[in-house]
Design a protein around this ligand. Sequence first.
Ligand code: CNA
Length: 277
Amino acid sequence: MTGEGPSVLKSRDVKGVAEYMKSDQCRKVFVMAGAGISTSAGIPDFRSPETGLYHNLQRLNLPYAEAVFDIDYFRENPIPFYTLAKDMDPSKFRPTITHSFFKLLDKKSLLKMCFTQNIDTLERRAGLSGDKIIEAHGSFAANSCIDCQEPYEEEKMKIAVEKGEPARCASCGGLVKPEIVFFGEGLPSSFFSTVPQLRTGDLLFILGTSLTVMPFAGICKLAPPSCPRVLINLDAVGDLGSRPDDVLLLGDCDGVVRELCKELGWLEELEDLWAET
Ligand code: CNA
């Protein structure tokens, strides 16, 4: 289908997207987000060359980079994860202007749901309410035992992470970890019950993700052909670009979001929302 002209949008660029967003056709907006929306907050993503976590994991002496988020490896050796968790402590970071854009979409009564792979809770910290976020890979917001699932107190967990000493469950002695989804673990049921909503979407933004982790990566295909899919990312990913109304806005997401909001006449409001975070 590449090469065909758009059918829903007037043009496959910022102007075309902004014009569509202001029309009555565009009522239900969905967001799919990944680690790239938090890099400007200072949290490294996984796969960016040089700066990504996978590039910088040598110091943890892992057998392979993904092992740091592998549940079987964690049982054997939880130290690398605890070392990483210290660097990723969400309370140390401020939401980016891209996170505030999601809040702005919500304020304009456009946002239906924000599906995020991120575990940093910055969507919440940007003011988005829990009923508008699906944290598909869990988050650092809660901690529990990997064996008996007994919840573990946040303050005690902070101390364990700070010391780099894996916390143990008071009931069964099992290892404790934040409720983030490791490789080898299932996604939350809320993810599976909510993704079908994407079939009703009028517009889907996909931001800061390499679209490589399944099943999350596959859900962008659920958007119907009448729903333009807008990729805001440093590089082209997945099958984006294969549909007539796919828009590739390649570049830094904060910059592209500002450009789009300028076109929409929303820039000042966006900056004000961000200033509040
Ligand atoms: P990824 O595989 O690291 O891909 C990130 C993508 O974002 C790449 O395509 C980059 O080119 C792009 N990118 C990086 N910086 C920018 C930027 N400033 N503007 C636009 N695009 C940018 O990360 P994914 O999210 O796709 O992978 C899924 C993993 C990463 C999930 O399981 C997450 O839990 C995990 N993760 C989350 C965080 C976080 O919560 N902030 C950090 C690191 C990893």
